[in-house]
Design a protein around this ligand. Structure first.
Ligand SMILES: *Cc1c(COP(=O)(O)O)cnc(C)c1O
Length: 341
């Protein structure tokens, strides 16, 4: 039998398991635009409760939950503070300008993490020449930063700045469960510090579709019309929400296995003569730089010959992502391929 393809491009490539599909088939559903889908309601409430927040909004994607949150928090002629490699700025098609007519103040972080002092320095004084600072947005884990995690003390300091200036604080928590599992931090701490949180169900949690935006009841009520105008009002969406409920129930603690496998790959890569640098591996992302004698296209083509897919992540940079569909046997195959080049 042919060895199965190993896809390290992203944790979004996972397929639902038979048990997840079974729960989807069994889901009680209704029309969610009429707020009549019990499974969507159950997912929104369960996700909100985990973080100690009041309400949730189920959406097709994390881009949508982030962009809805930004739209609801800001107004035109205002500005969002975020890190310069954050997903909301780099990989959401310029949606902040398109949907919200807002400007961005970009901070240079350390592997995607910013400090309270940097955030405070970026807040605009009130002046006719300036946009008004309307939102601070953080990302944890940080994708471009190689799955890096914030220390709780830094988040507390940033939340203190946000409260003191009366500026809301949003979290792009596409991989927040990876951060929680890796650090042992509690979800409820995040609900206490952040006004709104976007959580992806289709990354490491293994659901086929969906993200949830969490916040206060009043905030989530406001976001329903924004989701509708973006075309994100879904009808019998409970079939999809059921996958999210299954994922929250069954696929959170196992993220530790993905992290262990990512660390193993990071250690193996660090020993290869053609690898210049491996970013510290904190969660399920492994980002590394190849030496000039190993062009990225050649490296990726050699991997592909062994049935392994990975992504290029900038000049000479490669990203490996471990997830539900990468097991220990596959890790051994990858290690064999890496040491054979
Ligand atoms: C994947 C991702 C998102 C959302 O992506 P979608 O593909 O729209 O679901 C948001 N933020 C980060 C950091 C991500 O990695």
């Amino acid at each position: 039998m042919m060895n199965p393809l190993i896809d390290l491009r992203s944790d979004t490539v996972t397929r639902p398991t038979p048990a997840m599909l079974e729960m989807m088939f069994q889901a009680p559903v209704g029309d969610d635009v009429y707020e009549e889908d019990p499974t969507v309601r159950a997912l929104e409430n369960e996700a909100a409760a985990r973080f100690g927040l009041e309400a949730g909004l189920f959406c097709p994607s994390g881009t949508m939950t982030n962009q809805i949150a930004i739209k609801a928090h800001t107004e035109p002629l205002s500005e969002v503070i975020c890190e310069q490699t954050s997903h909301i700025y780099l990989w959401e098609v310029g949606g902040i300008a398109f949907h919200s007519g807002a400007s961005v103040a970009l901070l240079a972080g350390e592997r995607g993490r910013v400090t309270a002092a940097q955030v405070e320095a970026a807040i605009r004084p009130v002046n006719v020449h300036y946009p008004t600072t309307s939102l601070i947005s953080l990302e944890n884990t940080h994708n471009r930063g190689g799955g890096s995690c914030y220390a709780l003390s830094e988040l507390e300091a940033i939340a203190e700045v946000s409260r003191r200036h009366g500026i809301p604080l949003h979290l792009d928590g596409a991989r927040i469960f990876n951060a929680l599992v890796a650090t042992g931090q509690q979800a409820t701490e995040y609900g206490r510090l952040f006004d709104t949180i976007s959580v992806c169900l289709s990354k490491g949690l293994g659901a086929p579709v969906g993200s949830v935006l969490l916040g206060s009841k009043a905030f989530i009520q406001k976001t329903k019309r924004i989701r509708k105008v973006m075309g994100g009002g879904m009808r019998q969406a409970g079939y999809l929400a059921a996958a999210g409920l299954y994922a929250l129930e069954n696929n959170v603690n196992r993220l530790a296995d993905d992290h262990r496998r990512a660390r193993q790959l990071g250690e193996q890569l660090a020993q290869q003569s053609y690898v210049a640098e491996v970013l510290p591996v904190e969660t399920n992302l492994v980002i590394f730089r190849l030496k000039p004698e190993m062009p990225a296209e050649k490296f990726l083509a050699q991997l592909e010959e062994q049935g392994i897919k990975a992504s290029s992540f900038g000049p000479q940079m490669i990203r490996f992502v471990t997830h539900l569909d990468v097991d220990d046997e596959m890790i051994t195959r990858i290690e064999d391929a890496l040491s054979a080049f």
